[in-house]
Design a protein around this ligand. Structure first.
Ligand SMILES: *[C@@H]1O[C@H](CO)[C@@H](O)[C@H](O)[C@H]1NC(C)=O
Length: 224
């Protein structure tokens, strides 16, 4: 029996290794309706250390011949949502393409810890229109994904300006507009969100892996 258990341990370790996961964020999609728009889809994700964020400009196949639109995925800070963080990740400005024609560039960023990461689109007033992405945002307090979006939409700064940020009055003093947290009206059914799929397959993979380990132990026990 000792032998069985020790043989199973490397399998459990493999389950852990298999968990490194890719979160795909599509640039130029309004996540509330799945249509082309000023937004990241999804606009909030919770990757684990070691996971990869793939920023893609390739729009999904259900959009038929979408016109190319320029955006960026540029890292910022919570305090200055619409200003590029010095030394931060930046895809640069790119045009959206169509997955069916194999156009639309992709950029990967490996997540190394669970610290929040904040992103915006630096094109035009994308950011003021709420085109922001929160990675591992706090779920409560005054630095949530919603608070970040509100702050971006209230932002008066162009990417190079430095607006004074009053630390005593957080963005949450503004009443939320309700558009960001309201449930989308399902007039045209949006495609299943990538992140929901991701989370589901993440769990499925873990369960499969653990099932394999249990099966392995079972077979080994029966063989003895
Ligand atoms: C994680 O570390 C890699 C390698 O040092 C670096 O290229 C990458 O930018 C880091 N990721 C983040 C989100 O800072």
């Amino acid at each position: 029996m000792m032998k069985t258990v020790s043989a199973a341990i490397p399998l459990f370790a493999l389950c852990g290794l298999a968990q490194a996961f890719t979160y795909t964020v599509t640039i130029g999609i309004d996540e509330t309706n799945g249509q082309q728009g000023i937004g990241f889809d999804p606009s909030a994700i919770r990757p684990s250390p070691g996971d990869t964020i793939t920023f893609t400009y390739a729009l999904p196949e259900y959009l038929k011949n979408p016109p190319p639109v320029q955006h960026s995925a540029t890292q910022s800070t919570f305090d200055n949502p619409c200003t590029a963080m010095s030394g931060g990740f930046d895809t640069g400005v790119h045009e959206t393409g169509w997955v069916s024609s194999s156009t639309g560039d992709s950029f990967n960023l490996v997540v190394n810890d669970t610290q929040p990461l904040w992103f915006f689109s630096s094109v035009g007033d994308d950011c003021k229109q709420g085109m922001v992405l929160a990675v591992n945002p706090p779920l409560s307090g005054d630095q949530t994904a919603d608070a970040f979006k509100q702050k971006a939409m209230l932002s008066t700064s162009t990417p190079s300006a430095t607006a004074p940020s009053s630390s005593s009055s957080p963005a949450s003093s503004q009443p939320p507009s309700g558009t960001s947290s309201a449930a989308p009206t399902m007039t045209s059914p949006p495609p299943p969100s990538q992140s929901t799929n991701s989370a589901a397959s993440h769990m499925a993979k873990l369960e499969l892996c653990l099932a394999a380990v249990v099966a392995f132990i079972g077979v080994t026990v029966m063989a003895q």
